[in-house]
Design a protein around this ligand. Structure first.
Ligand code: ATP
Ligand code: MG
Length: 210
């Protein structure tokens, strides 16, 4: 059965390190927007994850600005500084709680992730509470098998399982890791991210001496 689109009552949140943001992220957000009638998608660049050393990740202001640049010509794509302003690392559950509080109980919140990121959801801080507050849209990503994901989701109890929606999107075999590697080797990154982000990376000499 086709799910009814409810325009104007749902928002998407797309979290990530965005180091850098690329076309895979933008396509995931756009496909989710169209499929679920999202009135806006808020990109939320992360602070420094506890498992990463400072320096392993570009400065948060670079990642924030690249996210702004990549989304500048889409009026419904917004960027939030909520995780950047926090004093310590913010978990997804805290971010969703922040938006739930801001938007009130009636707004539907969809947290958009790639199929790879959702695989280990049961290890996420407060995942049970998280799934009480929002739905997840897990978009397909080349290299990550849907069978594996479906198997994994079946092991969740029904209440949690029903909150995770799988969305098949045109595969884009792009990752931030591959962009960083290409820059380091002096290879082109044209058409993997937006031209603004490409120029920002080159102008600020990001990734060239990693
Ligand atoms: P890295 O290689 O540094 O891990 P990444 O490309 O995976 O970077 P992240 O910032 O880690 O980007 O990802 C943010 C979110 O976007 C995650 O949920 C991830 O699964 C999703 N995502 C990233 N790239 C793609 C893609 N090409 N297609 C679909 N989803 C993607
Ligand atoms: Mg990743």
């Amino acid at each position: 059965m086709k799910e009814k689109k409810v325009e104007g009552e749902s928002i998407g949140i797309m979290g990530g390190t965005f180091d850098p943001i690329h076309l895979g992220h933008l396509l995931a957000a756009e496909e989710a927007r169209e499929r679920y009638g999202l009135e806006e998608v808020i990109f939320v660049p992360s602070g420094y994850p506890p498992h990463k050393e400072k320096g392993e990740l570009s400065h948060q202001e670079h990642r924030y600005l690249m996210t702004i640049i990549a989304t500048i010509n889409n009026p419904i794509f917004k960027v939030s500084r909520v995780e950047l302003e926090a004093e310590s690392y913010t978990y997804t559950v805290d971010t969703v709680a922040y938006f739930r509080n801001l938007l009130g109980p009636d707004k539907k919140i969809y947290f958009i992730t790639g199929a790879d990121a959702i695989l280990d959801i049961t290890t996420w801080e407060g995942y049970d509470r998280l799934l009480d507050m929002c739905h997840f849209i897990a978009v397909t990503r080349p290299g990550f098998s849907l069978d594996h994901l479906e198997e994994k989701l079946k092991s969740l109890d029904y209440r949690l399982f029903s909150k995770i929606l799988i969305l098949s999107i045109p595969g884009m075999a792009i990752s931030s890791t591959c962009i960083r590697r290409r820059v380091k080797k002096g290879k082109t990154i044209k058409y993997l991210t937006t031209s603004g982000v490409e120029h920002y990376i080159l102008k600020n000499k990001l990734y060239s001496q990693v």
